[in-house]
Each structure stands twice: as structure tokens, then as C-alpha cells.
Design a protein around this ligand. Structure first.
Ligand SMILES: [Zn+2]
Length: 451
């Protein structure tokens, strides 16, 4: 383990071009360590193994994981904090309160995990996107009034670590910064322009707002970032095309979560999601919890192998995605980190189940919305199996585009579904500046119904 840890430390992207056999051997090694940690140090996992009648030694390779039941955030949160952590929380870094799906959960990282993850991403961005050694990176986020979202919080660390952080903070801030906006993206633009980052990370909808800001203001951005990375929401192709065209910068998607850290990243050359198979094992599962066939939609389940502070095994991400069409296929970029995920389609509770049993994913709805002018200010609400309301939340959207959108959505959902339009734009400030859930399903269909 020590040798692989050292390799990860000095050369985080060492496994990018490794053979699949090398990656499988590494996965088996890391998995055994993680399973041992989970069983010996975390009550939640020990009880789960014991209840299922499985000994930790039986989980020796990624294939053995199917012996374990799937786990969820709801299960973890139902237990006291100490039962989910591998050590006293004072020895861990509390990173986030993750609460965008389901109940809020404090997420803890081992100290090594937080540092190694930062180095891992830094090295991957640098090599994958052709950046210099000392590039600048900025994350764009909106303030959450309830502070319930992960991005609004700072890591909570011990006092001794705080002093260390304070000492290196000026150095870190030369290269990495967060920028927030409250009501309008224009609030963040001066900070972005003065920092002139090489990399901007933001939700796809914020990237769209930024692009629109520059398009509407009729002036060019004062610098050119090398890459825009979409995180947190599915990236639909109309949004990618629009932002790339308007900003003149490539947009690539990263997938991950607060609980698991980063899981997959699109490369520049192939626009494909490479999963970080050296850190996590990703499964795409059918409603029967079986691996989906290539190119099929399924629930994303993750076993993280490097955060030993809060191990997660077969953890349901509450997201759906397509498994890759052709497993074993190589990417033009030449990297071998596996292409297990073709695309990430959004949250399973936001999927619409049609009369004929298909799932229409949030990304599919976003793709249709963003294909019409002003569609990003709309929201589709499923009131009952056949009744939908298309809410229009911004003035300035023409009735023609709304009619087109309602028609394309009705065709997608099919089976004589009725879509009524509700014009709800406020008289004052148009509500176009904030992130919007594209789909709301009432009542939620729940992750178990995802397929
Ligand atoms: Zn690639």
C-alpha cells in the first residue's frame, strides 16, 4: 500500500495510461485495505457485513462487491455520526454538509484524502488540459441562504491545522479561489476577470449564465480561460455548444460528489467520461441491481477506495447514467482509465417515468429545454403520471418557443400526456440568475424506481 500511496502522492496521474490489468490489481489492493478499514473501524460497516453473513476477506476483488448489499445516505444518516466514521471526528476534516438530495449528511475526509484529492485533480487538470505547472483555478458558486449546500461551507478543521492553513493560505489563494454570487452573475464577473483563472469550475447552468452575460454585454471576456469544467449538474449538449461558441473555450464535465470526491472527467480529445478507476469502483445497475448492458441507463453505485475517514461501499449516488456503449474501447486520448460511464443523466428522483415504462432523465429534459430560446428558464413539473406543467419563470421568453418546447416534451414523454403551461415570471426582477431544477416529480419516484 505504501508504494502505491507514494506513487499517488508524487505522480497522481500515474495510472492514467496503465494497462487494465494494472488498474485491476491496484483496485483489488486498495479495495482490500478499504474493506478492512471499514470492517475493523466503522460500526456501521461491521454490522452490515455481520448481518449479511459476509467476512471482509471475502471481498478481495471488485467482482466480489456484488456480495454486499447496496447502501444509501438515508441508512448512514440514520446512525449516530461515530458509527459511520473510522475514527473520532476530531482527527478528520469535516468538509461539507451534503444535503441537495435527501437528508443532510456531514461528510468527513481523512487528512490524507483531502490533500491527495486536491493534488490528484491539480495534476489531472494540468496534464489533461495542457496547463502550466502553476495554473490558476476558480470555482464559481452561488450563496445558499440556508447554508445547506456544500459549496457555501468552509472545511472545519482542528485549531492546529487551522494555524497551518492560515500560513499557507496566501500561497493557495494565488492559485485557487472561490467566487460567489447572490443574485446575478454580474456580481462575480469583476472577481473572475481580476483573477484571470486558467480553469473555471461551475455548474453547467452557471457557465451558461456567464456566457450569456458576456453575450448580452457585447464585450469579450478580459482574458481567456483554457478550460471550463462543468460540475454538479448534468451537462447537456445545447449548453455545452452555446458556452463553447460564446466563450471560445472548451467545456468538459466532471462527475463526483461531496461524499465520494471526484469520480470521472471528460478528456479534451474524446469528450468521453473517463472514470477514475484508480480511486473508485463504479457500477451502473439495473432496477434488479444487476450490471446494465452496454449503453443502457442505470443507477450509479460507487465504492470509494481512498477516503479512510468515512468509507463508502456500494453507495447509491441517487444519480442515473448510461453505461458505456463499447466497454474496452479505447479513447483517442490514449488514456486507459476506464470508460464505464457514457454519460451522467441527473438525479434519479428527478426522472420522469412514462406510461410505457421508460425513464426520461433530467439531462434529456435539459437538452430539449436548452434547444429553444429561453428554455433554460423553464421547469417541468410532473403532477401525476399523465399531467405535466411547464413553468415559465422568466419574462422575455416568447410564446412561440414555449409552444415548441411543450410540444417536444410531449413527444418525448408520449402516450397522450398533457402539458399545461404556467407563466410565472415575477413582475420585477426576472428569475434567470439562479440555478433551477429542470424537473420536479410529484410525488418523487424514488431511487428504487430508477432504471
Ligand atoms: Zn479520452
Amino acid at each position: 500500500m505504501k508504494a502505491t500511496m507514494l506513487k499517488s502522492f508524487f505522480r497522481p496521474s500515474a495510472y492514467d495510461r496503465a494497462s487494465w490489468e494494472t488498474i485491476e490489481a491496484l483496485q483489488a489492493k486498495r479495495l482490500r485495505v478499504q474493506v478492512d478499514t471499514a470492517y475493523s473501524k466503522v460500526r456501521f460497516w461491521r454490522e452490515l457485513f455481520d448481518t449479511a453473513g459476509i467476512r471482509p476477506q471475502e471481498i478481495a476483488t471488485p467482482e466480489d462487491l456484488t456480495k454486499l448489499p447496496l447502501t444509501s445516505k438515508v441508512q448512514l444518516v440514520s446512525r449516530p455520526l461515530r458509527d459511520r466514521l473510522a475514527s473520532d471526528d476530531r482527527h478528520l476534516v469535516r468538509m461539507f454538509t451534503s444535503g441537495t438530495t435527501g437528508p443532510p449528511m456531514h461528510v468527513y475526509y481523512s487528512r490524507g484524502f483531502a490533500l491527495l484529492t486536491a493534488m490528484y485533480l491539480h495534476d489531472h487538470f494540468r496534464r489533461w488540459f495542457g496547463l502550466g505547472r502553476f495554473y490558476r483555478i476558480m470555482q464559481l458558486s452561488s450563496h445558499s441562504p440556508s447554508s445547506g449546500t456544500a459549496t457555501a461551507q468552509r472545511p472545519r478543521v482542528r485549531r492546529s491545522m487551522k494555524a497551518g492553513y492560515a500560513a499557507v493560505r496566501p500561497l493557495i489563494e494565488r492559485f485557487a479561489r472561490m467566487v460567489y454570487f447572490e443574485n446575478s452573475i454580474s456580481e462575480a464577473v469583476p472577481s473572475i476577470e481580476s483573477f484571470a483563472p486558467d480553469v473555471i469550475m461551475a455548474n453547467a447552468s452557471y457557465l451558461r449564465l456567464m456566457a450569456r452575460h458576456f453575450e448580452e454585454s457585447g464585450r469579450k471576456i478580459a482574458f481567456t480561460p483554457k478550460i471550463l469544467i462543468s460540475t454538479g449538474e448534468p451537462l447537456d449538449e445545447p449548453t455545452r455548444d452555446y458556452v463553447e461558441r460564446t466563450m471560445g473555450v472548451p467545456v468538459r464535465q466532471m462527475y463526483g460528489s461531496n461524499e465520494t470526491g471526484p469520480l470521472a472527467l471528460e478528456c479534451l480529445e474524446g469528450r468521453r467520461l473517463h472514470t477514475f478507476s484508480d480511486r473508485a469502483i463504479i457500477e451502473v445497475l439495473s432496477v434488479k441491481s444487476e450490471k446494465v448492458r452496454p449503453g443502457e441507463l442505470g443507477e450509479i453505485v460507487v465504492t470509494e477506495m481512498t477516503n479512510q475517514g468515512m468509507p463508502l461501499l456500494r453507495y447509491r449516488m441517487q444519480d442515473v447514467g448510461y453505461g458505456h456503449d463499447s466497454p474496452g474501447e479505447t479513447c483517442p486520448c490514449g488514456r486507459s482509465l476506464s470508460l464505464l460511464l457514457k454519460s451522467v443523466e441527473g438525479r434519479s428522483i428527478d426522472c420522469i417515468r412514462t406510461r410505457d415504462g421508460r425513464l426520461v432523465t433530467p439531462k434529456r429534459v435539459l437538452t430539449l429545454m436548452n434547444a429553444v430560446d429561453g428554455g433554460s428558464s423553464c421547469q417541468l413539473v410532473q403532477r401525476s403520471p399523465d399531467a405535466f406543467t411547464l413553468r415559465v419563470l422568466c419574462r422575455g421568453v416568447t410564446s412561440g418557443s414555449v409552444t415548441d418546447l411543450a410540444q417536444s416534451l410531449a413527444e418525448e414523454i408520449g402516450q397522450g400526456s398533457a402539458i399545461s403551461v404556467s407563466w410565472e415570471a415575477a413582475d420585477g426582477e426576472p428569475k434567470k440568475t439562479r440555478k433551477l431544477r429542470p424537473v420536479i416529480v410529484e410525488p418523487p419516484s424514488g431511487p428504487s424506481s430508477s432504471r
